[in-house]
Design a protein around this ligand. Structure first.
Ligand SMILES: [Zn+2]
Length: 424
């Protein structure tokens, strides 16, 4: 339903001026309040004590049959997870509860705008719950006109109850997750947050399955480098194309028995990594088909680190640039290609000399391009295994390499593996 239609419908059912209702509705929607919740809020404002859509209470719906077009529904389902977090709404912090519910037919995410004291494992009937579309999927909204009743008979559902997960299973959008991880890297930073300058912690956590970046928005003392911790009630969003763990004031952080961390990254094909939308610690193996322009000796702005040409920085104008080395190589594993970016250290290793050696070399040859040419001769047509963070943007996939080595794998065997995987 369009905003205009919704305003029309509200105005006629409440007997008030449409322009006024529409302005209110636009304002609420601009604050990301779901349409259904916004309409209920306006019904309260304009004094329709009855609530609902004016019709009878909806009859029970199976979770699998809930669609964004369902209107209001009544479902009986098991609470799988409960996450608590605070969002800003009309300039005020509002605490919301989010997670997943399921019945025998399927699962669905929910957002509760008031505290219904939900706990994982509860079987509830949510009466008159709104449905909105979120990321292409229906989501239940439990608001002030929703009734939540606890059922005594637990519903048996084919889903895991509780939010315990391995890092590899996390996806952006996950709420109310519980993790046992080791803090691999952590730094304290001051950011310009919604309440002015705020101290946060950020870094990398790992478990047996993989590693992921994290942010602690309410710095917890137990989060220190090397510590094994149990994190309850964290949520997952996306940062630079990979899932990122968020610890908040509502999360519980407790010491855990030592968590083993995998030393190897996640091995996958370029196509799989791109389809995943980004992988924080990926290992890809393929042929370097091209060393791109902008490789070898480069110059950076001393202020912002951007690559500059002719001493001109896009942000800082005329600068006295600093020399650096890097490689941008296109890796092809037969499923897709990715641009691998190697920093100074790995580039020096591949070149077989330091930055100073390369500068001497370029001076003698009176040509800075000789370095990139030499690197291209070393890399092109050979097979490498590369590890690092893979992100995907509108220009394609990039991998920031932390390790790069010649592959000892038999290319034929690998091609066969991919062919096998490609079969349905
Ligand atoms: Zn600059």
């Amino acid at each position: 339903m369009s905003l205009d239609d919704a305003a029309e419908e509200l105005a006629s059912s409440l007997g008030v001026d449409k322009t006024e209702v529409k302005a209110d509705l636009e304002k609420l929607v601009s604050y990301s309040v779901p349409m259904d919740e916004a309409k209920q809020s306006l019904r309260r404002k304009y004094g329709d004590a009855g609530g609902g859509d004016g019709g009878e209470a909806p009859s029970r719906t199976d979770v699998a049959d809930v669609t964004p077009e369902s209107g209001n529904v009544t479902v009986t389902a098991r609470v799988l997870t409960v996450g608590k977090r605070s969002i800003r709404y009309e300039g005020e912090d509002q605490v919301i509860f989010e997670g997943e519910l399921a019945d025998e037919t399927g699962g669905i995410s929910y957002t509760a705008w008031t505290d219904f004291s939900l706990s994982p494992g509860d079987t509830i009937t949510a009466g008159n719950a709104g449905v909105r579309e979120w990321d292409g999927e229906p989501e239940l909204n439990l608001g002030q006109s929703t009734t939540v009743t606890l059922e005594e008979e637990p519903l048996s559902v084919p889903h895991e109850i509780g939010g315990e997960r391995d890092l590899i299973d996390l996806e952006p959008g996950d709420r109310g997750r519980t993790l046992e991880v080791r803090v691999l890297e952590v730094e304290e930073r001051i950011i310009d947050g919604r309440d002015g300058e705020t101290e946060i912690k950020s870094g990398v956590v790992g478990d047996e399955t993989t590693r992921l970046p994290f942010t602690d928005w309410d710095p917890h003392g137990a989060i220190t480098e090397g510590a094994s911790v149990r994190l309850e009630n964290v949520y997952v969003d996306e940062f630079r194309g990979v899932p990122s763990v968020n610890v908040t004031e509502f999360s519980t952080v407790e010491p855990a028995t030592e968590v083993r961390v995998s030393d190897s990254g996640t091995e996958l094909s370029v196509r799989e990594a791109v389809a995943a939308g980004g992988v924080y610690d990926a290992v890809l193996t393929g042929n370097v088909i091209e060393v791109r322009d902008g490789s070898g000796l480069i110059q950076r702005c001393p202020e912002c680190g951007r690559v500059v040409q002719n001493d001109q920085c896009r942000s800082h104008g005329q600068v006295d640039p600093e020399d650096d080395m890097r490689i941008k190589a296109i890796l092809d594993d037969g499923t897709d290609t990715v641009t691998v970016i190697l920093g100074r250290e790995l580039t020096e290793e591949i070149y077989g000399g330091t930055l100073e050696d390369a500068l001497d070399h370029a001076r003698d040859a009176m040509d800075r391009d000789v370095i990139a040419e030499e690197i291209a001769e070393t890399l092109e047509g050979r097979e490498f295994s590369v590890r690092g963070a893979l992100s995907v943007d509108e220009y394609g996939a990039n991998l920031d390499a932390t390790a790069f080595e010649e592959s000892d794998e038999d290319p034929k065997a690998r091609a066969e593996t991919f062919l096998t995987e490609a079969e349905p």
